[in-house]
Design a protein around this ligand. Structure first.
Ligand code: NAI
Length: 243
């Protein structure tokens, strides 16, 4: 269990005490379930909006109504990190936003490259909001010679042969894979050798990477299928009601 010591350690990260920061990361890894971590970005998003609206404090009850999750779920989630503030009196929005951002590693800049300058790769490259979160689009790579030298939002598309050197020289920690699944595995193997930290994989294939490299697989169609299920469920309900 993480108790108030955690908050204490965490505060020290502010002063850039690297040893303490490492301790915090170890604590997080050991104690916090992926389910909780998976919910943090949504809290972060809502808190960001509240902050932009000038809201200073919010109770778990009000946050629960806004986010349509139970207040007890919110309290349980936040208790993993020492609670983040007094219950009853409510949470300080700015503080909570900052702390969750820090836990998510958003207080640091992440440089990323996109491999595959097709429809999806270009759409992601053109998305400005990643920068707002500290994800900086640095380079783009493709095997198609006709695309080399073109630019996406001021970022040059380079040949695949340049990829390894570029990663090492530009402190790249995330590679976004928007190439067909047939080539994703071999490109991932090349990425692993560069010492990249993480792969955001859009290719429809599971990547086996060594420990220490994070892979997040994104399947937009999963979300679409969920939507389809809910449409179907509503239809069934309507049909039953008209019987
Ligand atoms: P696209 O055909 O427009 O672009 C693919 C690009 O990758 C092309 O420019 C091609 O030259 C390049 N490429 C192919 N092999 C390469 C290699 N070995 N090294 C470097 N570049 C290479 O395709 P689109 O629509 O952009 O989709 C890209 C991939 O993402 C596809 O595999 C698609 O199935 C997948 N996708 C996944 C989604 C998801 O939710 N996970 C959603 C949409 C697409």
């Amino acid at each position: 269990m993480i108790d108030s010591n955690f908050t204490f350690c965490y505060d020290k990260v502010n002063t850039a005490a690297i040893a303490v920061s490492m301790e915090v990361e170890t604590l997080e890894e050991k104690e916090i379930s992926q389910a909780v971590i998976g919910r943090l970005p949504r809290y972060f998003r809502y808190l960001g909006e509240l902050k932009d609206q000038g809201v200073e404090r919010i109770s778990s009850q009000d946050l629960s109504e806004l986010m349509k999750v139970t207040a007890s779920q919110i309290r349980q989630d936040f208790n993993n990190f020492g609670g983040f503030g007094q219950q009853g009196y409510g949470y300080n929005v700015e503080y909570l936003y900052r702390e969750i951002g820090r836990i998510l590693g958003l207080d640091r800049q992440h440089n990323f490259i996109i491999i595959g300058a097709g429809n999806l790769g270009r759409a992601l490259g053109n998305y400005l909001n990643f920068e707002r979160r500290g994800f900086i689009f640095r380079g783009m790579f493709d095997q198609n010679p006709e695309l080399i030298g073109m630019e996406v939002r001021g970022v040059r598309i380079m040949a695949m042969e340049e990829m390894e050197d570029f990663i090492r020289e530009n402190d790249i920690d995330i590679a976004v894979l928007t190439i067909p699944k047939t080539s994703a595995v071999s490109v991932a193997e090349r990425l692993v050798k560069t010492g990249i930290r993480a792969i955001w994989n859009f290719a429809h294939v599971d990547l086996n990477v060594p420990e220490g490299i994070e892979v997040e697989n994104v399947h937009l169609s999963d979300s679409l299928m969920k939507l389809s299920y809910n449409i179907r469920r509503e239809r069934v309900k309507e049909t039953e009601e008209t019987k």
